[in-house]
Design a binder for this molecule. Structure first.
Ligand code: GDP
Ligand code: MG
Length: 157
């Protein structure tokens, strides 16, 4: 399973939450995860290779490089792809990533992160207007919505 998203949406935090490790380095500075980071995630006793695609380099680089070649290869070989958005801001980069992920929509789950409280939950649901049939509001930092995300991934395996 690959986790994709622009810098700072919480990909590393989610990886750590799922695998209960601190292997992916989280940092408030965008672009800290430079290369895909692989870890083992056991979902209901099924071992999965979890890939924090990172590799999206820095905000100053061109939109065309937002999904690096390495990240793209991980997306192609994944059984499930989690696109992570930040409920606080959906930027032009997010729109570009969504556009580039369109060929993979049949194995894509939209997860909206930083939904730390119920006020933010309505904002998360509003993001269905981006053209998705469903989404999963989560808070990777606080461990909210993780069960629902696990169910969504399980259904794709
Ligand atoms: P990445 O660049 O996508 O890997 O993002 P990180 O996992 O490094 O997280 C970026 C920042 O967002 C860090 O300061 C995290 O603490 C913060 N963050 C991650 N998940 C959440 C969350 O659920 N709620 C809030 N409020 N902050 C979060
Ligand atoms: Mg990261």
């Amino acid at each position: 399973m690959a986790i994709v998203g622009r810098p700072n949406v919480g990909k590393s935090t989610l990886c750590n939450r799922l695998t209960r490790t601190r292997r992916s380095i989280t940092d408030p500075t965008p672009g800290v995860t430079r290369d895909p980071v692989e870890s083992l995630w056991e979902l209901r006793d099924v071992p999965l290779l979890l890939v924090d695609t990172g590799g999206v380099t820095t905000l100053t680089e061109s939109l065309a490089r937002l999904i690096s070649d390495k990240a793209y290869a991980e997306i192609e070989r994944a059984d499930a792809v989690v696109l992570l958005l930040d409920v606080e801001e959906v930027s032009p980069e997010d729109h570009e990533i969504i556009r580039r992920l369109r060929p993979f929509f049949d194995k894509l789950i939209l997860a909206v992160n930083k939904v730390d409280n119920s006020a933010r939950e309505q904002e998360a649901w509003n993001l269905l207007e981006l053209g998705f049939a469903d989404l999963v509001p989560i808070s990777a930092a606080h461990g909210l919505g993780i069960d629902d995300l696990e169910i969504a991934v399980w259904e794709l395996l």
